[in-house]
Design a protein around this ligand. Structure first.
Ligand code: PRP
Length: 184
């Protein structure tokens, strides 16, 4: 059943699951014997991370960070504050950064520099959704679920005002929900 606030289902739960399983299999093959650490960024990415690791039948570990941009809830400012840091050392480790969406790229641009300084053996990026239309900082994405158009999407971890993260699909939010000005 589609939520009343959703204008259109962009990617069904089944489509998302199928792609996540493919990404997991690809990562598992590439990282076999390397015991990667998957670094995910709260909160939106945890749904993707949870499904992704269950599609990766190899030894791995997980760490979580939480960052906050100084912009509004829908627009990144480029200034990032670390609210929760890594809980383990990534020095010499094979790091896979797991993100739900890359939009302007500013969050990841900052985070990558931060993680590089910790001396990992390698860093690669795995994102579920790539929204290249609004990119401000160039990001090299190694594993990409889907490329999407410049629309405000919710569900499967993505929120609007902290709501809708629990929808099992990716949807476009109905404009009447956010009023006259569309969120970025
Ligand atoms: C989202 C997403 C990325 C960031 C991407 O998080 O998880 O971290 O925005 O945007 P950017 O490429 O323009 O920097 P958000 O700040 O919405 O936090 P949340 O995961 O807690 O919802």
């Amino acid at each position: 059943m589609m939520h009343a606030d959703v204008e259109e289902v962009l990617l069904s739960g089944e489509e998302v699951q199928a792609r996540v399983v493919e990404l997991g299999a690809q990562l598992a093959a590439d990282y076999e014997g390397r015991e990667p650490v998957l670094v995910s960024v709260l909160k939106g990415s945890i749904i993707f991370l949870a499904d992704l690791v269950r599609a990766m039948p190899i030894p791995l570990s997980i760490d979580l960070m939480e960052v906050s941009s100084y912009g509004t809830s829908t627009e990144s400012s480029g200034q990032v504050r670390i609210l929760k840091d890594l809980s383990t050392s990534i020095e010499g480790r094979e790091v896979i950064v797991v993100e739900d969406i890359i939009d302007t790229g500013l969050t990841l641009n900052y985070l990558l520099r931060y993680l590089h300084d910790k001396g990992p053996a390698s860093i690669r990026i795995c994102c579920l959704l790539d929204k290249p239309a609004r990119r401000l900082a160039p990001i090299e994405i190694d594993y990409r679920g889907f490329t999407i158009a410049d629309r405000f999407v919710i569900g499967y971890g993505l929120d609007y005002g902290e709501r809708y993260r629990n929808l099992p699909y990716i949807g476009v939010l109905r404009p009447s929900v956010y009023g006259a000005a569309p969120p970025a």
